[in-house]
Design a protein around this ligand. Structure first.
Ligand SMILES: Cc1ncc(COP(=O)(O)O)c(C=O)c1O
Length: 368
């Protein structure tokens, strides 16, 4: 958009809708409920749309739980690796479900939240993740309870459990074998429960994913144990629905051409740096102009990647970085005091809303 100053995240509601329709398809045809994982995407400027297709939100902290309650206004699932007493005192006022990460936390806070639905995260000791950093079953993992007998001992206190053991899993057969493992291993527990959340990390909105098979698999699981099945989609709910729009500020040369844009991978697309993956920028294989696209922070490795372009870049050229919805806006930061990208929404009717602009005032207020 010509009249919006770069950089900005551009959320396209019609692209988001493609994912949301698949989520709703699972609900309508197979009874699977989905709660948005706010850790991935908390941009409440599009919650009016998302609310119509999803059942609520799940959270990793008190603030996320509160955001879900205030802005999404449907079911609120509150989970945290560890709650403080004050977290519990606050979140019990508006959460529907509290999911504890350990039996010690469950015992510590049970009496305070006994009127809510109480869940426990289980560590099934299997996982699908290409990244050790995001592997919930890694050695010494603190995420969820491993000891099954100890869970059975307190199962009368639970209405449900949560298993989150996938990360970017687009392989239905792998998912299916994990679910079989869970069914077999935890049958006695599952038979006593009302609901089971299978967490996030399943890429079921991808065009190639066998959605119908997935739905049937989940329905069979729910029917077998008489439980409501939940998913906690983050990335798959918002995949391919946003761009980070940037502008080239300068081109420098050090053996190769390097285009410096008015954004930063460290500040605005941090996950790419953490997981060492290249930003998605249209790469024209036959393009004869090759550039490294780099950020404007002082960090030497602030690099989005290497790409070929059909025409020469110059100061003022626009560079769109795609797939910029999940784990981007929730992680942006004020590193180097760089201007924070605005959040712009292309609505379903084609109009553009500048949902949020940040200024020097926001920067200075984030510090003291
Ligand atoms: C407990 C839990 N639920 C849901 C999610 C969302 O996962 P994703 O964004 O990969 O779908 C995560 C991600 O780490 C998680 O830890």
């Amino acid at each position: 958009m010509k009249n919006i100053e770069t950089p900005y995240y551009l959320i396209d509601e019609s692209k988001l809708l493609k994912n949301l329709k698949k989520i709703k398809y699972l609900k309508d045809n197979y009874g699977v409920k989905s709660v948005l994982a706010l850790k991935c995407f908390s941009s409440w400027c599009v919650f009016d749309l998302m609310r119509r297709y999803m059942d609520g939100t799940t959270s990793s902290s008190l603030y996320e739980a509160r955001l879900g309650y205030e802005k999404f206004k449907k079911e609120v699932h509150a989970y945290s690796a560890a709650f403080s007493k004050s977290d519990i005192d606050e979140l019990k006022k508006f959460s529907n479900k509290v999911i504890f990460n350990s039996i010690s936390q469950l015992k510590m806070f049970y009496t305070k939240v006994r009127n809510l639905k109480i869940g426990l995260r289980i560590n099934p000791q299997i996982s699908y993740s290409d990244f050790d950093l995001a592997d919930p079953a890694r050695k010494y993992s603190r995420l969820g309870v491993k000891n099954y007998k100890s869970v059975l001992d307190i199962s009368h206190l639970l209405s449900g459990v949560m298993f989150h053991c996938n990360c970017e899993n687009e392989n239905f057969n792998k998912f299916s074998s994990y679910l079989d493992h869970i069914s077999k291993t935890y049958a006695e527990l599952l038979n006593k429960l009302e609901w089971v959340s299978l967490g996030g990390g399943i890429y079921f909105t991808k065009d190639t994913y066998p959605l119908e098979k997935f739905g049937k698999k989940l329905k069979n699981f729910g029917d077998k144990f008489g439980v409501q099945v939940y998913l906690e989609p983050g990335e798959t709910a918002v995949t391919q629905s946003a761009y980070l729009v940037t502008k080239v500020l300068d081109i420098v040369h050090n053996e190769i051409d390097i285009a410096i844009v008015d954004s930063s991978i460290e500040a605005h697309m941090l996950d790419l740096l953490v997981y060492r993956t290249q930003a998605k920028i249209e790469n024209n294989k036959n393009g004869k102009y090759k550039y490294m696209i780099a950020g404007k922070s002082c960090l030497a490795g602030d690099i989005f990647g290497m790409y070929n372009f059909k025409s020469k870049l110059k100061a003022g050229s626009t560079i769109n970085i795609s797939d910029a919805a999940g784990y981007t806006m929730v992680k942006k930061n004020w590193f180097n005091g760089l201007a924070m990208p605005s959040i712009v929404v292309k609505r379903l009717n084609g109009s553009y809303d500048i949902a949020k602009k940040f200024s020097y005032k926001d920067y200075i207020q984030s510090l003291s």
